[in-house]
Write a protein that binds this ligand. Sequence first.
Ligand SMILES: Nc1nc2c(c(=O)[nH]1)N[C@H]1C(S)=C(S)[C@@H](COP(=O)(O)OP(=O)(O)OC[C@H]3O[C@@H](n4cnc5c(=O)[nH]c(N)nc54)[C@H](O)[C@@H]3O)O[C@H]1N2
Ligand SMILES: Nc1nc2c(c(=O)[nH]1)N[C@H]1C(S)=C(S)[C@@H](COP(=O)(O)OP(=O)(O)OC[C@H]3O[C@@H](n4cnc5c(=O)[nH]c(N)nc54)[C@H](O)[C@@H]3O)O[C@H]1N2
Ligand code: SF4
Ligand SMILES: [Mo]
Length: 882
Amino acid sequence: MRSPKSNLKPMCSIRSTCPYCGVGCGVLLGPDGQGGLDVRGDQDHPANFGRLCSKGSALGETVSLEGRLLAPQIDGFETDWDTALDLVARKFSDTISEHGPDSVAFYVSGQLLTEDYYVANKLMKGYIGSANIDTNSRLCMASTVAGHKRAFGTDTVPGTYEDLDEADVIVLTGSNLAWCHPVLYQRILATRKKRPEQKLIVIDPRRTASCDLADLHLPLALGSDVALFNGLLAEIDKRGLIDHAFAENVTGLDEAIAAAKADDLSVTGLSDDLLKTFYDLWCGAEKVVTIFSQGVNQSSSGTDKVNSITNCHLATGRIGRAGQGPFSVTGQPNAMGGREVGGLANMLACHLDIENADHRNAVKTFWSAPEMPEKPGLKAVDMFRAVGEGKIKALWILHTNPAVSMPDADRVREAIAGCDFVVVSDITGATDTARLAHVLLPATAWGEKSGTVTNSDRLMSRQRPALPVPGQARGDWEQLAEVARRMGFKDGFDYEAPAEIFREYAALSGIAGGFGKDFDISGLKDLTDTQYDTLAPTRWPVSDGKKGGRFFADGKFYTPDGKGRMLPVAWKPPAAKTEPRYPFRLNTGRIRDQWHTMTRTARSPRLSAHLGEPFLELHPEDAKAKGIGPTSLVEVKTPNGTAILRAMITDRIARGEVFAPMHWTGENAPAARIDALVAPVTDPVSGQPESKGSVAFIALFEAAWYGFAISQTPVKATSDYWALAKTYAGYRVEMAGKETPEDWVEEARILFGLPEADVQTMLDPAKGTARIALHQDGALKAALFISRSPVAVMRDYLSNLPGDAAPMVLSGKSPADQPDPGPTLCSCFNVGVNTILDAIETRGLMTVDAIGEALQAGTNCGSCRSEIAALIKGAEGKDAAE
Ligand SMILES: Nc1nc2c(c(=O)[nH]1)N[C@H]1C(S)=C(S)[C@@H](COP(=O)(O)OP(=O)(O)OC[C@H]3O[C@@H](n4cnc5c(=O)[nH]c(N)nc54)[C@H](O)[C@@H]3O)O[C@H]1N2
Ligand SMILES: Nc1nc2c(c(=O)[nH]1)N[C@H]1C(S)=C(S)[C@@H](COP(=O)(O)OP(=O)(O)OC[C@H]3O[C@@H](n4cnc5c(=O)[nH]c(N)nc54)[C@H](O)[C@@H]3O)O[C@H]1N2
Ligand code: SF4
Ligand SMILES: [Mo]
């Protein structure tokens, strides 16, 4: 087993790339030889110049082998690779010969490396002969892909990160950059320090952490972006700001403006003052970058939202020049690479089109492929529907957890469970999806595997191995190639190393370049193994004629007529209508320190300390109307499912809207699987689900009892509500239930699996309180605190106790000389909210820098700086009110 801790100070010498968000930060890895890993920011990497966020900084805490899948499994029993691979190949081959190629499917991920993706796509499209390969990027980037293709004729981000340094105005719309692309947000803050005249505008129905340091926040009504950007386009026209010279290269100008003028701005709910300030800022500076993300993409009008943004940039010629352009930030580390390599069901590799016969034939010839589908395959939501209907009979899921992250997740879970044959490749078997697999294949994880990823600004970087491959784990590409060979496709999949795959891919892109496509990296097709191993971050295109740089400023687009396109778009409300039964709109998204379905970040105590429990943000008036208090649990219901979440009452959200994070799963909070509530409606153009616009009913969850527990080992409770989080000493659990157990001591023994432990109790059945501590071998193993109302104990103090002798644990409080630091805000230095508030109040520290100097908080990765600023603002507000 790897030991996570080591006293040796390793040398950070291996260059790699962070496996989380699409910023694509360079990291330097220092293996300690015992499985531990030191992780630093790479000063030389152009994406981050040495900076890392809280998640990147905590990577070392996520690489231990605890919970890793280390051998293939069939029906839950360990087996060897040959048996597992033979079975997979046979089942896929048999299904195809019996029911045709469209009866099988791959569901893959924007976190696969480019080489993995290439092999998966080649196998499904070229050799199986079906286009039934889709990816979680359908839930993520599909609307941007479709919007880019409509406007530019190609799926290409025009600019680079340097544009953020150059811009005079940066607009973040539908992007909580401070939490989701923290290093880019820090980059903007650093620029604003040097150039305070740079303006930052945030467009988001919620007042997010990204707003805390912004100049302007437009809290638009959820889903009203098209109306807002149409308003802007009409204003651009009114102010005479159309760039007519550039517009020579664009079609659809008049139609788009007419549609913009006809749209109804009132649906945004924004005041004339706010709108005017926005227009003045946007129109007043030429150098404007509009960054957009899931608030735009994850919508039933996502593609129109994207084009309402590209319209404004095309109309003003503000595109592809320094500091100017629409900028879709990618979510996953290789979301962009997956788009390039043709991971979506409606694309071929290298930006070639599946429906174009010349493209198809060229790829077929290049691959010496026996088959080639002529039409797009099933997109994610339709794919899982087909699985549920029994039309897809063999399914291989790689590097994604759809039983949690797909909309209507309970149905998706049922569909997977009911499928004839399911293969899951993952690094752990403990996921909602992996638990449903017939065959589980152990994948090498980040830190062990080798390949390339492309980030948001088209920079291809290498992920390099720094740790030994544990157990029998194998790379995703190896698994795919092995199965392909066993299906009889020996020649097409005779790869021995990722470098070979990369060279083939680069050569294919040259063919795409020959068709006039922009994605051309043929300049890399002859890399030697050593050159591949040492490849520095490289921006595409890379060919004889083209190198890196920006796109479209020259007015050249990739549409059939070579012109850019403005599109007439009109606002449409979210697909689900609110009604008396479902009066709220459910918005969903991310928190700062968790990554998606938490299989890696939840292993880090540091990251689990920031927001340790699933929650529902709701407005104080809505909470009051429903009798919901600050520590209440809330039941949320939609036509698709139900969840129980902790109330987070805040005026950062509008009345009538609620927000919940997407992260919690059956593994750590089964009542909080938020996608169980999300309706599976999609954008008609992109097929991307509307993950942010379901309708919901909320009510107080009236529990008979509430519990808080600490434990040295993980626990799985059975109560109506429970949520587990990692701590330095073990785990902490929040619980609640409708039925009160008769014997809490017995209950505690079962919960913690400690039948023999010494038990210390404080029980008051009349009051409904119970406090139980379980010691074994002189050390505290676990403790349980039960009450009829939410338990009031010092959670952060208690969480550090397991493992020690803790005779006073039942008091639930720290000794008087140890103040409770409160929930962690700064994960890097473990500084709690209470500590920061105390410094503000008693020491009068009223700037983020002063807090940093005194407490170190916010001085490493900087991810918490906007939240510290918010605490200071709150204290200022309090002062002003007093
Ligand atoms: N910490 C963390 N970082 C991540 C990830 C993670 O899991 N955790 N995941 C990565 C991935 S894959 C992705 S795709 C990105 C996502 O990055 P973001 O898109 O920034 O993240 P989200 O929180 O999903 O959504 C952003 C915001 O959209 C707002 N929004 C909702 N509806 C609307 C609307 O109608 N209009 C507008 N304008 N805004 C709206 C939400 O209130 C939310 O604040 O993050 C990446 N980075
Ligand atoms: N309600 C709601 N739902 C959403 C969203 C939202 O905003 N709201 N956002 C959507 C978006 S943008 C995204 S990107 C998706 C993300 O959703 P998912 O892709 O489902 O989430 P992850 O947790 O990233 O899943 C990655 C899986 O791969 C495994 N894994 C890790 N490393 C490896 C490896 O090297 N190889 C293999 N084979 N497996 C590995 C992990 O253990 C994990 O099980 O969620 C989508 N769902
Ligand atoms: S911003 Fe954070 S999560 Fe994203 S790549 Fe950089 S270090 Fe990783
Ligand atoms: Mo994403």
